[in-house]
Design a protein around this ligand. Sequence first.
Ligand SMILES: Nc1ncnc2c1ncn2[C@@H]1O[C@H](COP(=O)(O)OP(=O)(O)OP(=O)(O)O)[C@@H](O)[C@H]1O
Ligand SMILES: [Mg+2]
Length: 266
Amino acid sequence: MDRVRTGIPGFDELIEGGFPKTSNVLLTGLPGTGKTIFALEYLYNGAMNGENGIYVTLDESFEMIKEQAMQFGWDFDKLEAENKIAFISIRLGRTKLDIFDQIRDVRDRIDAKRLVFDNLATFSVNLDLFTIPVGYAGSIASTVEMTAKGIESGGNLLADKGDKIYYTGDMEKRLIYLIVEHMSRLGTTNLVLTYGNPDVNQLTIDGVSEFACDGIVELYNQLIGAKHVRTITVLKMRNTNQNQYINDLEIGKNGLVVKPVEKVYG
Ligand SMILES: Nc1ncnc2c1ncn2[C@@H]1O[C@H](COP(=O)(O)OP(=O)(O)OP(=O)(O)O)[C@@H](O)[C@H]1O
Ligand SMILES: [Mg+2]
């Protein structure tokens, strides 16, 4: 099994050396738990070791993201100039957007091996703004699209039982599956950021991406006594004998540091 190392100190050893190559790994956690920093470190370490990466952002401007990276000495302006990193910023004001066209173009341009999608929860609450081709490049992608309302062709909603398309079910959940499927077909190793609803013990807002993705890493920042304590756990990693503990996590001056719990208490 080929592994893609995040290079985050202490993390890769939790999952037998890294993410399974070309997998989709979900990184979930509440605001401020370190998802964006984790994603930046994953891309930075990749780019410094010959694996170029793409950062797709729906939440923050990439200027802000680059500034956050600079806090840890990661110069994304330089990497961008060297075509080792590319940013794709998706503006929610736009409608009828096929983001995968853009992602594929950029992937080919910089020969990207890693992708970060920040974040799927923002996407799922704004689904009505997007269209996702039902087919793939070169097939029916240009004419038949899926939107939050249904399957469309040339802007017209198709009947549930068209010639080739049979659809009944939850359109929004189906869209999320389709997005994850499109990501899988990129051939990159993908880190998909999201958040859930702890009140109902749900890992993601959409309720399906945790099943569709190959791995799940969860970040926490919990109040214990008078202090917030950061931890990280691996909830799922296909084909991997994963670490079963909740491990300490620190944000140091060079980025994240995972302290595998066996080493602390074992
Ligand atoms: N230079 C730094 N040193 C130490 N901690 C930092 C530093 N910069 C940011 N942080 C911490 O990291 C947090 C932000 O992390 P990050 O942006 O990765 O969170 P996130 O999970 O992506 O949040 P959101 O869901 O809101 O996007 C800040 O709230 C702060 O606690
Ligand atoms: Mg973030």
